[in-house]
Design a protein around this ligand. Sequence first.
Ligand code: UD1
Length: 359
Amino acid sequence: MGKRESKIIKSISEVNQMNILITGGAGYIASHLTKQLLEDSTYNITILDNLSTGYIDTITTLKSIRDFEFVDMDLKEFDKISNFLKSSNFDIIFHFGAYILVEESISNPLKYYMNNTVNTTNLINCAINSGVKKFVFSSTATLYGDVENIPKDGLNEDLPTNPINPYGTSKLMSEQVLIDSAKANSDFRFVIFRYFNVAGADIYYNENGELSPRFGQRLKNATHLIKVASQSALGIRDKMAIFGDDYDTIDGSGVRDYIHVDDLASAHIKAIDYLDNISNPSDIFNIGYGKGFSVKEVISTMKSVSGVDFRVDMEGRRDGDPAILIANNSKIKAKMSWQPKYDDLELICKSAYEWERSR
Ligand code: UD1
């Protein structure tokens, strides 16, 4: 190919590139999405993150896949966010930047309302004012709360919401801001994903064929079951606890729908196609595998993949924890043709363990 031809091809691909902004891109879930997006050169990616919980070396590792723009900015700096969006030309925003710990949200609710609701509202406002037409929002299954009559096929999107912790409420309020804003601005559309329990780490095999994740959950004070269990297996913690064994579940411990982070990330790419079709309306999608595992089952799987029989104590229930959360995922499968690839608790635990081991 001659120089001139390659120049023409380059400029055509630049013209067709989709400009994507990812807030919180140095974080756990967003880094997995970014990794997948970087593999497709038609996406022009910008990450905005204040590195409060994300890490600069996550950005560096992502940049080793393909270079992109990184903006170190805090969502609470309203003027800066407004100017930044006005001077850019984003086709779509993926908004991940948020706090995520249920317990912390109970002891420090304003931290959650300020960031997850106030800053998100500002971002939506700035997005609309600067002509961004598509918005993908990370929400949570926590906002279903304790559902009394759980449908046999899992929680669907039409169930009433009833968050039992400020984290869930902070996300629910942002959902409402999006819904009302899209009603009033007909060319602004959104996808809301209500995540069930995201777990595991980057499915990446090194030259020796070993599972060797480059990205994973790095939150210092993370309280997530699978992270805590992998740290216990590695001796980073000397023990862990089961929070409650008196729930009305198969073995008394809490039941959750654990979804591998790479499958969750791939749903976000499906959301791009979904919103590209102008006849698709703004909508809410639950995302999980549609099956649940108890805390005890998860711990025994971690023990078996790690080969370590770590110490587990029984404790009382943790505040703000519903008994069972299992997704009905038929809507996302039907409307976005999303198909999971890693629906396997052993692989989820193994990848989380290998990630933690590599730290
Ligand atoms: C998780 C997420 C939340 C997300 C929600 C979606 C946290 C830390 N994580 O909440 O961001 O929006 O899913 O549904 O909030 N458990 C133990 N011992 C432990 C840790 C956990 O027994 O050391 C139990 C919990 O009581 C619960 C289950 O394990 O029954 C899962 O807990 P966790 O991983 O913290 O997630 P969720 O609280 O479900």
